[in-house]
Design a protein around this ligand. Structure first.
Ligand code: GMT
Length: 382
């Protein structure tokens, strides 16, 4: 099938999922067209089945806000016509489902009917989308999608609670491709980051408020008082500067390493023992799953869709948001004895395999097939 994928090209989870999905679909023989404002960070264009089409938004001084949705929907119309694209898959409702709907309508005027699948990722619903300024448009474009999917059961329930949705929402969880990780290297080079007796604790995110970065630091502070440890902080975002300051204040500067954004998170996770994800909310927690497949135990909050990924007492522990004392205690339970740590690490890798791409990809393919057939049936009826 010829499929256009619209996503954010940045380091956020939704863009990563969309990109990895596109690459995997191309490996299965589909022709994939990524349409976004920059080449997605995890996309390497070394396949004749993968195309990237950049959306340009020319600056015009009259506009206080440059109209990205308009440029995106025009680009969709042109690309869909030029390449004979058969299905549109938009990741993240804002503004992608809205722009996709406009493109569909413009194409219909020309007798081209294209089904649209919308995948909800989390903040498009729970943080941004529900705001009264956006809600009517988000509600409308979700209902206008031919098929709607969400990345967790919890996100499906939140969407039904927060919006007036008339469509069924299919849950298709996020996924990982173990083969990608195990192919790269065998030597984790742990010694680059810590001495032999130190445990390595990692956090990866876009450093926004919702990630509760100060909690990460405070949990680590409590852990390192009990056993030698290093904290590796990966990512960039508005909370990073404050986090660096907090580390200084707590006297942790030489125990916390800020690495910035990285394309090598598998390399970092490879030498990590524990992953911290104390988020305020998280529709799924892809970063935790990526940690787990790399044999890293997870200490997280019990919010949103995280319990669908991190299993209490098996792959790690979950606590109420903000309960940093319990999170630190649980971290110490896992870290203080090698046998226990090894058990949690191997459990994490085992449970992560429930989300293997080979299990999840056919679910998306089935959805595409369904959307395609439904579109054709409705055309025949009219
Ligand atoms: O919060 C982020 O890290 C970015 C955000 C995004 O939209 O890219 O992530 C959301 O989508 C990810 C992929 O489906 C999920 O794993 C994250 O849990 C979700 N973030 C939130 O719900 C806060």
């Amino acid at each position: 099938m010829k499929i256009a994928i619209v996503c954010y090209p940045t380091f956020g989870g939704s863009g990563v999922v969309a990109t990895e999905l596109g690459i995997a679909l191309a490996n299965r023989g589909h022709e994939i067209h990524f349409i976004t404002y920059r080449q997605p960070v995890r996309l390497e264009l070394l396949s004749n089945k993968i195309y990237f089409h950049e959306v340009h938004v020319p600056e015009y001084p009259l506009f206080h806000y440059q109209p990205y949705e308009l440029a995106l929907s025009s680009k969709l119309v042109d690309t869909i016509k030029l390449f004979g694209i058969e299905l549109l898959h938009v990741h993240y409702a804002i503004p992608h489902a809205y722009a996709g709907y406009m493109a569909k309508k413009m194409l219909e005027e020309e007798g081209i009917y294209i089904p649209m699948v919308t995948t909800l990722h989390g903040t498009d619903i729970t943080l941004v989308g529900k705001h009264p300024f956006y809600r009517p448009a988000v509600n409308f474009s979700i209902n206008q999608s031919d098929i709607v999917t969400s990345v967790s059961q919890n996100l499906k329930e939140s969407t039904l609670e927060l919006f007036d949705i008339k469509k069924d929402i299919e849950v298709i969880p996020n996924f990982i491709d173990k083969r990608k990780y195990s192919m790269h290297f065998t030597d984790c080079q742990r010694s680059l980051m810590a001495s032999e007796d130190e445990k390595i604790i990692t956090h990866i995110s876009n450093f926004r408020k919702v990630k509760r970065i100060p909690d990460v630091i405070h949990i680590f502070n409590k852990i390192q008082k009990q056993l030698p440890a290093k904290l590796i902080m990966v990512g960039e975002g508005p909370e990073k500067e404050g986090a660096e300051r907090l580390c200084e204040e707590l006297g942790l500067a030489n125990k916390v390493i800020f690495l910035g954004n990285s394309n090598e998170i598998d390399r970092i996770l490879c030498f990590s023992d524990l992953f911290l994800l104390p988020s305020e909310t998280e529709s799924f927690g892809l970063a935790a799953l990526e940690a787990m497949i790399n044999r890293v135990a997870v200490i997280s909050s019990n919010t949103g869709g995280i319990p669908e990924v991190n299993r209490q007492g098996i792959t790690g522990y979950l606590s109420d948001v903000g309960n940093i004392n319990e999170m630190a205690e649980n971290a110490l339970k896992i870290l203080s004895d090698d046998q226990t740590l090894e058990l949690f690490k191997s459990n994490a890798a085992k449970v992560a395999m429930d989300f293997d791409i080979l299990k999840v990809l056919p679910l998306y393919e089935a959805v595409y097939e369904k959307a395609f057939l439904a579109r054709h049936e409705s055309l025949q009826q009219n």
